[in-house]
Design a protein around this ligand. Structure first.
Ligand SMILES: [Zn+2]
Length: 287
């Protein structure tokens, strides 16, 4: 079952698919083990930084190898691609889904680039996600900062602009900025659900994604999914679980075999992924 069918089903069932970033083989294992354990389809993604580290071709082969092993749908996405060349390369290499993030460019440039990506992607039935308003923060540790520093209502997505962008580019999935932030902060994030309602009303035929799925109130996430979010991105919480556990393990062992001291970091990341999958309801997609 490919990306489009899964998102369609997610909308019908009022659930969302989790989009989890991979930074190494260990996170690949953790995410796919969680999927297998809960019998849930999963979207695995890599940012340009992560893709540069692992390699586009390696990502495709790893995704297909794990998909084959767990016998469950694994959608592979290039997350926040800003360079059109790299995105086209990902499409050619076998990605199922690409996210073009032109939010740092002028509106015209974003429109033009997104249209190029859509044209190439759709020839190969690859789904395209786009955005116009930069989703603030970064997938890092902001635990000493307050979300108010980043979550400024005047920067939230304007539903009319979103509608125009979708109509002109033909993107399949729209990523809006409604108070969601990349990263984890001192306080827990509340989403602006009224704004989301306006956006989903303006875009009745477009799939909606939610970035910054770490550190948001669970109830807000549940309500956002009820209101039409079909894909939720999670990165920071996986990174924190991995690094903290790895630090602990290395601190208390003289073991030098990575496959031994990586066992617990993988388990901890897997737990985070399973908790998110249950919150999003993604195991429902295959029932
Ligand atoms: Zn994101």
């Amino acid at each position: 079952m490919k990306a489009k069918e899964l998102l369609k089903k997610a909308r019908e069932k009022g659930v969302a698919i989790g989009a989890f970033n991979v930074g190494n083989l260990e996170t690949f294992k953790a995410i796919t083990q969680a999927a297998e354990n809960l019998k849930s389809p999963v979207l695995i993604e890599a940012s340009p930084g992560e893709a540069g580290f692992i390699g586009l071709k390696q990502l495709v082969y790893l995704a297909r190898a794990y998909e084959d092993q767990i016998q469950l749908p694994v959608i592979l996405n290039l997350d926040h691609g800003e360079n059109v060349e790299t995105i086209l390369e990902a499409i050619k290499t076998g990605f199922d889904y690409v996210h073009y993030d032109g939010s740092k460019f002028s509106y015209e440039e974003n429109l033009e680039n997104a249209s190029i990506v859509v044209e190439e992607a759709h020839k190969k039935e690859v789904m395209v996600e786009g955005e116009i308003d930069h989703i603030e923060g970064s997938s890092a540790d902001h635990s000493r900062e307050n979300t108010k520093m980043y979550s400024k209502p005047e920067l939230f997505t304007d539903p009319r602009e979103a509608k125009e962008f979708v109509e002109k580019t033909g993107i399949d999935v729209f990523a809006s900025f409604i108070g969601n932030l990349h990263g984890i902060y001192a306080d827990i994030i509340h989403l602006n659900l009224d704004k989301l309602k306006e956006i989903s009303t303006a875009l009745p035929h477009t799939y909606l994604s939610l970035h910054g799925g770490s550190g948001v109130y669970d109830d807000d996430v549940r309500n956002a999914i009820k209101m039409g979010i079909v894909k939720v991105n999670v990165n920071s919480e996986l990174r924190v679980a991995f690094k903290m556990t790895l630090q602990e393990e290395i601190g208390k062992t003289t073991e030098i075999a990575p496959y031994k001291y990586m066992k617990r970091p993988i388990e901890e990341v897997q737990k985070v992924v399973e908790t998110k999958m249950k919150l999003f309801g993604s195991p429902e997609l295959l029932k």
